[in-house]
Design a protein around this ligand. Structure first.
Ligand code: CP
Length: 292
């Protein structure tokens, strides 16, 4: 593996190898990279978790991390993403994490520039390291993905998390179901009644309502959405005893999930964030090893 832009880049064996290496890093393993590397994280859309956990992973791998602020970069003077990456290539950057609002932005880079490209999220397209940390969290919980029922609930059509997880979870043997209002169904087959899936799910994965990607044409009521598609306290009571709650975050409290459930016993939301560091260490190491 020389880049990671989509979960489709990864075979089931590679996904398993990443999970095992993430677990090894969690248990204190050290990097086995032969060379010293320099990375930069280029975020053209807002991020707290992905940006900070990549930076933590890079530091734990003893790398140099050069700061990049999109809002103070020459992209504001019209420099293209390709030209920006060529600048970073010229000054000696080995690998880049990029988040960009344009779907498939990486097509102008992969195979055309020297630094490794790791996708930190492209528009509504892909978010591979989020998918890997989600898979790792489920695996850690149940020891397997096989036959686990994962219900992904909410703003499906605008979600790169749903898109990345749909394919990968299915290939790992999980039974994935989508639940959303009909207008947010996109290309997915979905059920429109959350109550149909509550009691039979092993994982309830809530998604953020992504107001910034909506055109504002349809009216939206927070209370109405919470009632119909939110994980309410009443719905949580009907979940199976062993089932868990996930959310990629950031979350809209009391919209897609009741505020009281965010840190409840079955919530793995902060565990997902913790796992993100180890997954990102494993991904970076695998990519750079593939280039050594
Ligand atoms: N889950 C996720 O991608 O969060 P950020 O947007 O804060 O990176």
């Amino acid at each position: 593996m020389k880049n990671l832009v989509s979960m489709k880049d990864l075979s089931v064996e590679q996904i398993r190898a990443i999970l095992e290496q993430a677990q090894a890093f969690r248990e204190g393993a050290k990097s086995t990279l032969k060379n010293h590397y320099t990375m930069a994280n280029l975020f053209f859309e807002p991020s707290t978790r992905t940006k900070m956990s990549f930076e933590m992973a890079e530091r734990k791998l003893d790398m140099d991390v050069l700061p990049f602020e999109a809002g103070f970069s020459s992209t504001l003077k019209g420099e293209t993403l390709y030209d920006t990456v060529k600048v970073l290539e010229a000054i000696g950057i080995d690998a880049l994490v990029i988040r960009h609002e344009e779907n498939n932005y990486f097509e102008s880079l992969v195979g055309k520039v020297k630094p490794a490209i790791i996708n930190g999220g492209d528009g509504t397209g892909n978010h591979p390291t989020q998918s890997l940390l989600d898979i790792y969290t489920i695996w850690q919980e149940f020891g397997t993905l096989k036959d686990k029922v994962v219900s992904i609930v909410g703003d499906i059509s605008h979600s790169r998390v749903a898109r990345s997880n749909a394919d990968a979870l299915t290939r790992l043997g999980a039974k994935v179901r989508f639940v959303c209002p009909p207008e947010w169904q996109g290309e997915f087959e979905a059920v429109n009644d959350f109550d149909e899936v509550i009691a039979s799910s092993d994982v309830i994965m809530m998604l953020r309502v992504q107001h910034e990607r909506h055109d504002g044409a349809t009216s939206f009521s927070k209370e109405g959405y919470h009632e119909a598609f939110g994980l309410t306290i009443e719905r949580e009571k009907r979940m199976k005893e062993s089932s868990i709650i996930m959310h990629p975050a950031p979350f809209n409290r009391d919209v897609e999930i009741a505020s009281e459930l965010i840190e409840c016993d079955r919530s793995r939301i902060f565990k997902q964030m913790e796992n993100g560091v180890f997954i990102r260490m494993a991904v970076i190491e695998m990519i750079l090893k593939g280039r050594e």
